[in-house]
Design a protein. Structure first.
Length: 319
């Protein structure tokens, strides 16, 4: 489908969801939409599949969405470099990491398209009653998602299995037999993979989030990600957040599913895996670059995360 047709389709559905053309400003012209598909399964679900790259960084404020009465927006974003068709390399901003974000439809949020980065995205707008029916009795594990009066935000790293499904759907043929059934099936597969991951999160009481608290935990997350070779002192992160220590630790774990130090270690290990596999650094070079002075400790930590040693990972012997 030509780029202008893709833009027209996106703008039509954006308007139906309460997002006016003016929200994009002049930046709309910098967006190149390689693929846009909308699968209308309303009132239960709306599926949006798109592959887009911005010539210059574009952001806009997404207002409350009322196309579904009570529901969630679940967005799977696989971020790919334009040149290599591989996940973005080195020191990228956390917003440029492949991830999944869950928000209530009534939550306003900032949408970012970084310059020169291809975003393959599947966004699922889903009614709470339909989601509860999909999860069956297991919905009790995720009771925090069904309190519409609370403002919540959940962010999860995209697993390799999710990324595979996202790429499969985005690159799928336009001549699919039974397209509604196909996209519904693939969306439910993504939801299954996501909720399987969420089921392993530490159980924490979910609290209502104020807008400034959401901004605060993301400031802290960005600061943690800015220094993988050395963790920031907790006192510095608390000061940055403007909250007390207990509140910050609770809300950070609630949003990201990991504590402050655990999140830092997770990012370190993800970067270690990338350096070994894509940059072809040696085990010692990788460990030292990420601030490890004891390579035995680095090896044990890596094996705990990936189930194999850095040396075997580097050699590709991790199947």
């Amino acid at each position: 489908m030509p780029d202008q047709e893709n833009k027209n389709q996106m703008l039509y559905w954006a308007a139906r969801m309460g997002i006016p053309v003016s929200a994009f400003g002049e930046g709309l012209q910098s967006l190149r939409l390689h693929e846009v598909r909308i699968i209308d399964l309303l009132p239960e679900m709306l599926i949006m599949v798109r592959s887009v790259v911005a010539d210059k960084t574009l952001s806009y404020r997404r207002k409350s969405i009322d196309i579904i009465d009570r529901g969630l927006l679940i967005s799977f974003q696989n971020i790919i470099s334009r040149a290599s068709d591989q996940p973005m390399a080195g020191n990228r901003h956390p917003q440029e990491q492949p991830h999944v974000q869950i928000t209530p439809l009534h939550l306003e949020s900032e949408v970012l398209f970084p310059a020169g980065i291809t975003i393959r995205q599947i966004s699922i707008l889903i009614g709470l009653d339909y989601l509860k029916n999909f999860l069956g009795k297991d919905h009790r594990t995720f009771e925090y998602l069904f309190h519409q009066e609370k403002t919540l935000l959940i962010e999860e790293f995209m697993s390799p299995q999710m990324a595979t499904v996202v790429n499969e759907v985005v690159h799928g043929s336009s001549a699919i037999t039974l397209p509604e059934a196909y996209y519904k099936l693939k969306s439910l597969e993504l939801l299954y993979l996501l909720f399987t991951n969420l089921a392993h999160r530490q159980a924490v009481p979910h609290q209502h989030l104020r807008h400034e608290e959401i901004e605060a935990v993301y400031r802290v997350r960005d600061r943690i990600a800015s220094s993988l070779d050395k963790p920031w002192a907790q006192d510095d992160l608390v000061k940055l957040s403007g909250m007390n220590t207990i509140r910050l630790r609770k809300l950070f774990t609630q949003v990201f599913g990991k504590g402050l130090y655990e999140y830092h270690q997770f990012l370190r290990m993800q970067e270690a895996a990338r350096l070994l596999q894509q940059e072809h650094l040696s085990v010692s070079e990788t460990g030292y670059r990420l601030g490890f002075t004891n390579l035995s400790h680095f090896g044990r930590l890596f094996e705990r995360h990936f189930g194999t040693t850095p040396k075997k990972w580097s050699a590709g012997s991790f199947s």
